[in-house]
Design a protein around this ligand. Structure first.
Ligand code: RP5
Length: 200
């Protein structure tokens, strides 16, 4: 048992219940699951971040990457955040994605505890609209990198894609799906350009 575990009924728990084919239902990472083991761990500072971090989950779902999602805070539950990061590799997680707002030290605090790649999503939940979270996430001291993506929902989407790209280095199936994803995006741009061809 770790400090500050979110109680059943919180948003993240309801989310996990709804999507248990990809996100495990409870307990330590992977310990109670007969499903595919999660390859990505998504951690957010509060369940109030779920509206943003759902974008990451949607990308992983689209690519068929099993993930675990939970809440841990670098400030409110530092031991829980550290424990997640320390156990993640042994439990089969290959990439950690950490989203947090305000003085967002979550991604860095987790990166300090693991050799897994950590992607940080700065969340615009404060009066400073994410500038605080961006700087807290990106300005890591030399030696402990956090791959920081854009603030808010676009960053959450990119965190999912970047995690898939990291996994695709050793997964041909995912590499092919990424190629299709890029070709689809390019086709959509071509379509939009075509629609504007005769625009005056
Ligand atoms: C951060 O504080 C969280 O990541 C969240 O973005 C923000 C507000 O948290 P709540 O007060 O809504 O729990 O730690």
């Amino acid at each position: 048992m770790v400090n500050g575990r979110t109680g059943r009924g919180d948003l993240a728990d309801i989310y996990i219940e709804k999507h248990k084919e990809v996100a495990l239902s409870s307990g330590d990472i992977g310990s109670k699951s007969k499903e595919r083991k999660p390859q990505v761990g998504i951690v957010m500072g509060s369940d109030s971040d779920l509206g943003i971090m759902e974008e990451t989950a949607a990308i992983l779902r689209k690519f068929g990457v099993p993930f675990y999602i939970t809440v841990a805070s670098a400030h409110r539950t530092p031991l829980r955040a550290a424990e997640f990061a320390r156990k993640a590799k042994d439990q089969g997680i290959k990439v950690i994605i950490a989203g947090a707002g305000h003085a967002a030290h979550l991604a860095g605090a987790m990166a300090a505890q693991t050799i897994l790649p950590v992607i940080g999503v700065p969340i615009d939940s404060s009066a400073l609209l994410g500038m605080d979270a961006l700087l807290s996430t990106v300005q890591m001291p030399p030696g402990i990198p956090v791959a920081t993506v854009a603030v808010g929902k676009p960053g959450a989407v990119n965190a999912g894609i970047l995690a898939v790209q990291i996994l695709a280095v050793s997964d041909q199936n995912l590499a092919e799906k990424l190629a299709v994803h890029k070709a689809d995006m390019a086709a959509k741009v071509d379509e939009k350009a075509k629609k504007l061809e005769n625009y005056q």
